[in-house]
Design a protein around this ligand. Structure first.
Ligand SMILES: NC(=O)c1ccc[n+]([C@@H]2O[C@H](COP(=O)([O-])OP(=O)(O)OC[C@H]3O[C@@H](n4cnc5c(N)ncnc54)[C@H](O)[C@@H]3O)[C@@H](O)[C@H]2O)c1
Ligand SMILES: [Zn+2]
Length: 367
């Protein structure tokens, strides 16, 4: 079992533990009772996670108050679900002494965190992530929220957890495509922060695809440390936290242009390659970087090109509207080497000439 401590917000003296290991679920509730004595636990999960037996494992034979989101997945990540959960908590006479436990993927975590942030003006939340996305990314960092009819994550709050429990055996029951595409955030972490981690992923990709808990534990540990370190320095995304957006400028555009037919990780895989081609064009490439990234992503079964019907023009238009664009110019996080982000004049994201971006999109097959 491994432990990572995340200071948050920096300077306020509070930190929370991340516990990583195998078959942890049965011990989570008891551990939370020790950490937050006297609190009533309220578990938020979804029908797939419960159906896979993880809610039963978490309850460890005890009666646990719960809300099971159904249908599971992004379609339920809206205001109505938040309202239904809050009303159910009121109906169960829960009070300020509640501790919300989010058991599931990023959808459940984002909803559970948001519910905790607004219930009785804020009660603590703990995350028990069960997907490769949630274990690498969404359970850490304090971002919570839901989608509007118009855009993703339109309503939300920063609400940091009191603890995170990563049981690396839980992704064993995850759908294959979801499992693989969630690993792309780990590739991103390695690229922005740790060349040795990237080499580890290349060497262990077979074990990773077989979901070996020992390898998943190593990944979770490295991901948590990288994300925690970046977030601690910039908890509300003023500057350095933007490095976590590596590969996401093009990734988000490709995801959106696909009408969300591509999974986030699949779109970000293409975005990572676009960033690598841009770096190459600007003279920051070298060391077989594009080939290495493409090789790893291909083994993970990710798409290496932009779906045939997407045009350069449409993708550029989406990027100009990106909420992180400045004056209509998309900003790109770029690497100077694997494991090292380019920082110019204190800025972690750079404007890139449209022709360079367009050329990268064309290389990846956009019309
Ligand atoms: N807060 C953040 O910082 C942050 C970061 C990244 C992503 N996100 C959000 O996370 C969401 C995507 O995360 P996700 O892919 O984990 O989504 P998800 O929670 O929708 O999970 C994907 C699918 O797998 C199922 N599932 C989850 N765990 C399972 C398990 N162990 N066994 C079987 N089935 C299981 C779910 O029911 C769902 O159908 C998006 O809404 C995204 O916006 C948030
Ligand atoms: Zn992402």
């Amino acid at each position: 079992m491994r432990h990572v401590s995340v200071p948050v917000p920096p300077g306020e003296g509070r930190s929370y533990p991340i516990t990583i290991g195998s078959d942890l679920l049965g011990a989570v509730c008891a551990r939370l009772q020790e950490m937050q004595p006297g609190r009533r636990l309220f578990v938020v999960t979804d029908a797939n996670v419960a159906g896979a037996g993880h809610l039963e494992a978490l309850s460890a034979g005890q009666a646990v108050e719960r809300f099971v989101i159904d249908p599971p997945g992004e379609t339920s990540k809206h205001w109505g679900t938040v309202g239904a959960i809050l009303e159910a908590m009121e109906a169960a006479c829960l009070g300020r002494d509640t501790l919300v436990v989010g058991l599931g993927g990023g959808t459940v975590g984002d909803i559970a965190g948001f519910v905790a942030a607004v219930f009785k003006r804020g009660v603590p939340v703990a995350h028990v992530p069960t997907t490769t996305v949630a274990q690498a990314d969404s359970a850490i960092g304090g971002k919570t929220g839901v989608d509007s009819t118009w855009s993703k994550n339109a309503f939300g709050a920063f609400w940091h957890p009191v603890g995170v429990f990563v049981d690396v055996t839980t992704p064993a029951t995850l759908d294959e495509v979801q499992y693989r595409s969630g690993l792309v955030e780990s590739v991103k972490h390695a690229l922005i922060a740790d060349a040795e981690y990237f080499a580890f992923l290349e060497e262990n990709v077979g074990a990773l695809l077989s979901r070996e808990p020992a390898v998943l534990e190593e990944l979770a540990w490295r991901n948590c440390r990288i994300k925690a370190e970046v977030v601690a320095e910039d908890p509300t995304e003023k500057n350095r936290r933007r490095v976590l957006n590596y590969g996401h400028t093009v990734g988000h555009a490709v995801e959106s242009a696909s009408g969300y037919g591509l999974l986030h990780g699949q779109a970000v895989a293409v975005g990572l390659l676009a960033a690598a081609w841009i770096e190459e064009a600007l003279g920051w490439g070298g060391g077989q970087r594009v080939e290495r990234i493409a090789g790893l992503l291909e083994t993970l079964g990710m798409p290496l090109s932009i779906p045939g019907d997407q045009t350069v023009e449409a993708l550029m238009a989406i990027m100009q509207r990106d909420k992180k664009a400045l004056g209509g110019r998309p900003q790109f996080v770029l690497l100077e080497a694997i494991g090292r982000v380019l920082c110019r004049e204190g800025q972690w994201a750079q404007p890139v000439a449209p022709e360079v971006v367009e050329a990268a999109l064309k290389r990846l097959g956009a019309k």
